[in-house]
Design a protein around this ligand. Structure first.
Ligand SMILES: CC(C)(COP(=O)(O)OP(=O)(O)OC[C@H]1O[C@@H](n2cnc3c(N)ncnc32)[C@H](O)[C@@H]1O)[C@@H](O)C(=O)NCCC(=O)NCCS
Ligand SMILES: Nc1ncnc2c1ncn2[C@@H]1O[C@H](COP(=O)(O)OP(=O)(O)OP(=O)(O)O)[C@@H](O)[C@H]1O
Length: 198
């Protein structure tokens, strides 16, 4: 099964692009959502996170306290590395299980914020980067989330630069609002269908 990894820096539009591929019938695995599901649903991971970050990482009803955790990890590289070391292996395993369960698709997509940083692109056949200028990405994320521009920039600083990712990516979608997204997605869909044809 052909595997395409979709990534992009914070606010680039990788989830928006992934949803367009879903509309075309392509199964998409959302690594970040999988991570979050396991961070509340996998008892071993929950115990590890409580041990590493304290019981305050969870509300009393078991919901992950994302603000608390974000405040710790996005202000301290060692803490972020600790969280990544706990969550990423679990996400990798979940992706393999998910792919094994897909029977009838020409190709599948893994959407992951940290595709290149976590080396999970090595488990994909091709990578697709969604890009947009930082100013626009900050505007998008502060409009979408309860987060300040400085907090968006702090997260951006924890990710490989967009320029570095341009060098690593096999395909690029420019989501800077000068080009429409849908035609770019349709063109790549055709390319991936051809790549998937034996
Ligand atoms: C720290 C958490 C709780 C903060 O939650 P919050 O709702 O504030 O942010 P959200 O998850 O929506 O992430 C928004 C964006 O932040 C950036 N981001 C998230 N996790 C990371 C990370 N580990 N390193 C760098 N940037 C990150 C990404 O651009 C992401 O798309 C959450 O991001 C998390 O659980 N991260 C660990 C899981 C993970 O590594 N996910 C990344 C892909 S697998
Ligand atoms: N071309 C576009 N035009 C207008 N709004 C857009 C466009 N692309 C994305 N957005 C909006 O910008 C915000 C960020 O997009 P999206 O959530 O897809 O990005 P992301 O890369 O997955 O973000 P994050 O890294 O924060 O998870 C969303 O609110 C989305 O609706």
């Amino acid at each position: 099964m052909l595997k395409i990894g979709i990534t992009g820096n914070i606010g680039s539009g990788k989830t928006t692009v992934s949803k367009l591929f879903e509309v075309l019938g392509i199964p998409v695995f959302y690594a970040d959502t999988a991570a979050k599901n396991m961070m509340t649903g996998d008892p071993q991971l929950v115990a590890d996170i409580r041990n590493a970050f304290g019981d305050a990482a969870y509300f009393t009803d078991g919901v992950l306290n994302r603000k608390y955790l974000a405040n710790i990890v996005f202000n301290d590289d060692a803490q972020l590395a600790k969280l990544n070391a706990l969550t990423h292996p679990a996400v990798f395993r979940a992706f393999d299980i998910w792919v094994a369960g897909i029977k009838e698709a020409p190709y599948v997509i893994k959407e992951a914020a940290l595709l290149f940083e976590s080396a999970s692109y090595k488990m994909c056949d091709y990578s697709l980067l969604v890009t947009a200028p930082l100013k626009l990405r900050i505007e998008r994320v502060t409009r979408r989330d309860d987060i300040s521009p400085a907090q968006v920039e702090a997260r951006e600083a924890k990710q490989l630069t967009q320029e570095k990712k341009r060098e690593l990516a096999d395909y690029i979608i420019e989501n800077d609002e000068t080009q429409l997204l849908i035609p770019q997605v349709l063109k790549l869909h055709e390319t991936f269908l051809q790549l998937a044809t034996p």
